[in-house]
Design a protein. Structure first.
Length: 329
C-alpha cells in the first residue's frame, strides 16, 4: 500500500504509526482551513479530519481520494451528501471517546453542583468563609434528563444511576422505549414536562436541521428553576444569547459548554463574559486514552478501506457498494 494520507488536524502518534506501518506517507496540512486543505489534498489517497470537517471543495480537489477518516463521532462539518454523490466512503469512531465524554459531562455536573470554580477562587482571594455559603449540592437523588440516547448518552446515564443514585429520564424519539427501560431509565415523550422536572439536563443529541437551536429561550426558561444545563454534544443545539439570559437572570443555576457553534470560540464571544457558564475547549473526548483509541481506530479503518476491506463504522453504509477506488499515482 502506498500514497499520501493528509491529516487536516493533528492526531495521536499511535494512529500515525498504523498509517505508516501500512505503507502510507503521512503529512500534516499546513492549516486546518478548507482552502488550504483543498490545495494540499490533491494527491492524497486518504485524509483524516477532526472538528474542522471536510467540505465539497476539498473533496472535489482530490480525485485520488479513496477514503475520508472522521476522527470522532460527530460528522456534521463534513459534506456527507457530496461524499455520497462521488462514492467516497467516510469512516468514523462512534465508540472510541464514549467513556471520556461521559466522564466529562459528569464532571461538569459536579463542578456546578459543588461550585468547584467558585471554591477555588474564594480560597485564592482569602475568603475561606465561602464554605458557609450553603450553595453546594449533591448529585445523589437528583433527577437527570438525558437528551439523546446514543452511546455517550447511555454511558452518562449509567454513571449517573450507578455511581450517584440519580433518577434518569431519557428523551430520545429515535430510541426504543424498551431499550431505555432496560437501561434502568425512564422514557419521556413530552420534552416540556421533562424539562420542568429535571434538576440537570445533559445534551447528547446529534446536530441536524431539526435540532439546531432547539434549546432556545422558550425551552431554556421552561427548565426547572435552579436547574443546570450541560452540553458536550454540539454547540449549535443551544442559542447562546438565550442561555446567557437564563443563567444571568438566575433562572438556571449554571451551565457548562464544552462545544460551540464556531470553534475555536472567539475570545470576545459573549459566553466568555458570563461567569455562570463553565467553559472548556472541546476537551470532553481529549483524554490521552480517548485520543489514542480514536486515532488508532480511524487509521485502521482508513487502511481497511484502501485495502478493499469493509470497515467497521461507515457514516453512510450504502456508499460501500458503489465506492470509488483511489487512482494510482
Amino acid at each position: 500500500m502506498s500514497g499520501l494520507c493528509l491529516l487536516v488536524q493533528p492526531i495521536h502518534p499511535g494512529g500515525i504509526r498504523v498509517l505508516e506501518e501500512a505503507g502510507l506517507e503521512v503529512r500534516q496540512a499546513s492549516a486546518a482551513t478548507m482552502d488550504v486543505v483543498a490545495r494540499e489534498v490533491k494527491d492524497a489517497v486518504a485524509a483524516i479530519t477532526r472538528n474542522a470537517g471536510f467540505d465539497r471543495a476539498a473533496m472535489a480537489a482530490a480525485p485520488r481520494l479513496g477514503v475520508l477518516g472522521n476522527h470522532g463521532t460527530g460528522y456534521d462539518p463534513v459534506d456527507v451528501g457530496y461524499a455520497r454523490e462521488i462514492g467516497l466512503p467516510i469512516v468514523y469512531t462512534p465508540t472510541a471517546n464514549v467513556q471520556s465524554v461521559a466522564e466529562h459531562a459528569i464532571s461538569q455536573m459536579m463542578a456546578i453542583a459543588k461550585r468547584v470554580r467558585e471554591c477555588d477562587r474564594a480560597v485564592r482571594q482569602d475568603n475561606f468563609d465561602y464554605r458557609y455559603a450553603r450553595d453546594f449540592h449533591e448529585l445523589s437523588g437528583k433527577t437527570l434528563l438525558i437528551f439523546g440516547f446514543g452511546k455517550i448518552g447511555r454511558r452518562t446515564a449509567e454513571i449517573a444511576r450507578l455511581a450517584f443514585g440519580m433518577r434518569v429520564l431519557v428523551y430520545s424519539p429515535s430510541a426504543e422505549t424498551s431499550e431505555i427501560v432496560a437501561a434502568g431509565c425512564t422514557p419521556v415523550g413530552d420534552l416540556g414536562r421533562a424539562l420542568a422536572e429535571a434538576d440537570i439536563v445533559s445534551l447528547h443529541q446529534r446536530l441536524t436541521s431539526q435540532t439546531r437551536g432547539m434549546f432556545d429561550r422558550e425551552r431554556l426558561f421552561s427548565m426547572k428553576k435552579g436547574a443546570v444545563l450541560v452540553n458536550t454534544a454540539r454547540g449549535a443545539l443551544v442559542e447562546a444569547t438565550a442561555l446567557i439570559e437564563a443563567v444571568e437572570s438566575g433562572h438556571l443555576r449554571g451551565a457548562a459548554m464544552d462545544v460551540f457553534d464556531k470553534e475555536p470560540l472567539p475570545a470576545a464571544h459573549s459566553y466568555t463574559r458570563c461567569d455562570g457558564i463553565l467553559l472548556s475547549p472541546h476537551t470532553g473526548g481529549a483524554t490521552e486514552e480517548a485520543l489514542e483509541r480514536t486515532a488508532v481506530e480511524t487509521a485502521r479503518q482508513v487502511v481497511d478501506v484502501l485495502a478493499g476491506r469493509r470497515p467497521e463504522f461507515l457514516v453512510d453504509p450504502d456508499v460501500w457498494a458503489k465506492r470509488r477506488v483511489s487512482a494510482p499515482a
